[in-house]
Design a protein around this ligand. Structure first.
Ligand code: G16
Length: 542
């Protein structure tokens, strides 16, 4: 029997860059998750009898909230829920399942690369029927609904056994616990030349994949070790844990330092990679080389035709605005359209659906294609492996060849985490106000050529997204972008994106900090970072 439970709104349920992310203790408040889930259901139309996909990255609260979602889905009239065994579904696998089974949509429970555990973070994200994150029109409606919600619907049933494959009836709805890996692994087999990769590995090519005790463990064990024959032990930290073993499942120099150490050590493997909490980000390393996400996007786009799934070429390339212009050079050389979107994978969905782009990427370690509607960590790893198998060169040689052909965009992102929100907002508003006066101004050896705030007019649905980052363009092509993160859960994070282009005949093997030193000083100076934040150095450099 459906129960209608009275509730009152929480005023902090505005989805950020990627869904609602909060501390676990916030989600543990009475009716908090229920309010948000009901707000999602309340703004959707015509889902009676349809299928909802549910799963998450295994973090603390994952199983509890899955049971809540199942009860509420039954009460709200869904016909079927597909849930990953053990409550596990990586974000790209969930996207694939929504598409493969023509589900109405899905709820993905994750706070991505943020840490997990009772004192850390949790999140809920709604994905639409194309498998991609809900666009702003829907997330805005969810937020508006959450501000006035006065009841939620549920049923009074026992928990569903998430550890047994198969179907159960729940208050007139079918719950099917599915293998979270199989459909995804088969999709990867269709896109990539597994025989070639198998041969590469059998020939002595060594790789190391750090699953960071997050969701990609089961996927990487199955695909890299079982299907592609990499030796046991290739996948490290391969068991998803509710607190990710006490670490941040964030594949960067700071949190994946063990992998960095291995790849820059004396007996380094040929290839190193890692993924994040929910499996949509990737980190790519070769022996003694870190490939920045922006460079990885460019190299993958330039070489994608070597993989069977992309042998016909690309329709276009899309990147988020703060991502470096490396992909633009590839698009230009290949005669492909290049789309520049705001930060947030949701902005790629329309371009992919409309066939305007095949490969998309972001500086925040996200790369993906039109095979799903999310970024996809293991997909990037497999495309790299396919390219390495065909070209028979090292990662370092491929990147050196890439820069010799297209030039190099030296690039870094400096994050100032845990700032006081008011101070961070003040910095941004002062800089915004100063933009019109900046062109012509000189700082060090740099002269500002243009300054604006990025806004995006979606070419498919005509929607306009304002306030998407402050851009300073310098004479000679260097660039600094400032924006506040939309994924943090405490205080504010200022992101400063720095980029300088060096042509094919220039210096292509400089150290990035040296190549960007002028820009780093200019960013401090023009935005008054130390003055506003009291910080003289970033918390994390990626
Ligand atoms: C999410 C979004 C990405 C975005 C990233 C960083 O990634 O899906 O599109 O680039 O956050 O966003 P921000 O700079 O606002 O923190 P993920 O992997 O956290 O879901």
């Amino acid at each position: 029997m459906t129960l209608t439970i009275a509730t009152t709104p929480y005023i902090d349920q505005k989805p950020g860059t990627s869904g609602l992310r909060k501390k676990v203790r916030v989600f543990q408040q009475a009716r908090y998750a229920e309010n948000f889930v009901q707000s999602v259901f309340d703004v959707l139309d015509d889902f009676a009898g349809q299928t909802l996909v549910v799963g998450g990255d295994g973090r603390f609260l994952n199983r509890d909230v899955i049971q809540t979602v199942i009860r509420m889905a039954a009460a709200n009239g869904f016909g079927r829920v597909l849930v990953g065994l053990g409550g596990i579904l990586s974000t790209p696998a969930a996207s694939n399942i929504i598409r493969t089974y023509a589900a109405f949509g899905g709820l993905i429970l994750s706070a991505s690369h943020n840490p997990g555990g009772p004192n850390e973070d949790f999140g809920i994200k709604y994905n639409i029927g194309n498998g991609g994150p809900a666009p702003e029109r829907i997330t805005d409606a969810i937020h508006a609904r959450s501000m006035v919600i006065d009841r939620y619907l549920t049923v009074d049933i026992l928990d569903v056994d998430l550890d047994r494959l198969g179907e159960t009836q729940v208050a007139g709805m079918v719950v099917e616990v599915i293998d979270p890996v199989a459909d995804y692994a088969e999709l990867m087999e269709r896109l990539f030349d597994f025989d070639a990769i198998r041969k590469l590995i059998a020939g002595g090519f060594r790789l190391s994949f750090d699953a960071m005790h997050a969701v990609t463990g089961p996927y990487a064990h199955d695909i890299l070790e079982r299907r592609l024959g990499a030796p046991a032990g290739t996948v490290t930290n391969g068991t998803p844990l509710p607190d990710f073993g006490g670490h941040h499942p964030d594949p960067n120099m700071v949190h994946a330092h063990a992998l960095f150490d291995r790849m820059f050590g004396s007996d380094a493997p040929d290839f190193g990679a890692a993924s994040d909490g929910d499996g949509d980000r990737n980190l790519i390393l070769g022996r003694n080389i870190f490939v920045t996400p922006s460079d990885s996007l460019a190299a993958l786009a330039a070489n994608a035709h070597l993989a069977p799934g992309y042998a016909g070429g690309l329709k276009g390339i899309a990147r988020s605005m703060p991502t470096s212009g490396a992909a633009d050079r590839v698009a230009h050389a290949l005669g492909l359209p290049l789309h520049e979107t705001p930060t947030g994978w949701k902005f790629f969905g329309n371009l992919l659906d409309a066939g305007m782009a095949t490969i998309c990427g972001e500086e925040s370690a996200g790369t993906g294609s039109d095979h799903v509607r999310e970024k996809d960590g293991l997909w990037a790893v497999l495309l790299w492996l396919n390219i390495l198998a065909v070209r028979g060169e090292s990662v370092a040689a491929i990147m050196a060849g890439h820069w010799a052909r297209f030039g190099r965009n030296y690039y870094a992102r400096h994050d100032y985490e845990g700032l006081e929100t008011a101070a961070a907002e003040q910095l941004v508003s002062e800089l915004r106000a100063a933009l019109p006066a900046l062109p012509g101004r000189t700082t060090g050896s740099l002269t500002v050529a243009g300054a604006d705030e990025f806004e995006y007019l979606d070419p498919v649905d005509g929607s306009l997204s304002r306030g998407q980052g402050l851009r300073l363009q310098f004479e000679g092509g260097a660039r600094i972008v400032f924006r506040l993160s939309g994924t943090g859960t405490s205080g504010a994070t200022l992101r400063v994106y720095l980029e300088r282009y060096e042509g094919p005949d220039g210096v292509l093997d400089a150290e990035t900090p040296a190549a960007l030193a002028d820009l780093i000083a200019a960013a401090d100076h023009l935005a008054g970072i130390p003055r506003h934040t009291g910080r003289t150095a970033p918390t994390v450099i990626t």
